[in-house]
Design a protein around this ligand. Structure first.
Ligand SMILES: O=P(O)(O)OC[C@@H](O)[C@H]1O[C@@H](OP(=O)(O)O)[C@@H](O)[C@@H](O)[C@@H]1O
Ligand SMILES: [Mg+2]
Ligand SMILES: [Zn+2]
Length: 177
């Protein structure tokens, strides 16, 4: 099956150093909803793996997070597509969980859900931790320049990292090649 895993903040929606704390603050990046819908209609399953330490920090609750993801699903459905499994890490950096990126726990979870190999599976992110999570399980790290991507570009990237301007460019590449 054609499975693509996306980071959320900075890839699908605008990110903020103050966290995305409400549905109102959850604003899709230009072209991202269309890109997901087009990928979905082209036979791709689009899943999401997102760190949400704002839960542990008390900035917002699970119900609010679920409402953001319902909004994402609704917007993509309005364009004739659908969003696959959305997995999040609600823990803080000091809790030592197995799911917080750069650990690959969420990627493993999603691959197991769909019963597919992680090898060379594209994982799209804007932060170095996203790319490192992909590398840790021999998936393909893919950096977008949106969100924190431009800043991440200045760091040492995992070997073989692919770089795209945004999610729309990735959709064009995957659908037309
Ligand atoms: O990019 P994804 O994984 O979808 O989500 C990132 C968010 O959970 C937040 O992650 C935080 O990092 P810390 O969790 O505080 O290290 C900060 O980078 C925030 O700016 C950001 O909104
Ligand atoms: Mg991000
Ligand atoms: Zn976690």
């Amino acid at each position: 099956m054609k499975l693509l895993i996306l980071d959320r903040d900075g890839v699908i929606n605008y990110d903020s150093d103050a966290y995305i704390k409400s549905v109102e603050e959850w604003i899709p990046l230009p072209g991202s909803i269309e890109a997901i819908a087009q990928l979905s209609k082209a036979g791709w399953t689009v899943a999401v793996a997102t760190n949400q330490s704002g839960i542990a920090r008390g900035y917002y609750d699970i119900a609010t997070l679920d409402a953001m993801h319902e909004r994402l699903r609704s917007l993509v459905a309005q364009q004739g597509g659908e969003v696959g499994l959305i997995v999040y890490c609600p823990h803080g950096p000091d809790e030592g969980c197995d799911c917080r990126k750069p650990k690959p726990g969420m990627l493993k979870n999603i691959a197991a859900h769909y019963n597919v190999s992680l090898t060379n599976l594209w994982f799209v992110g804007d932060s170095l931790g996203d790319l490192e999570a992909a590398k840790a399980v021999d998936s393909q790290p893919v950096l977008v320049k949106t969100g924190k991507g431009e800043k991440t570009l200045g760091k040492t990237l995992p070997a073989g990292t692919l770089i795209f301007d945004d999610l729309a460019a990735i959709a064009a590449e995957l659908i037309h090649n």
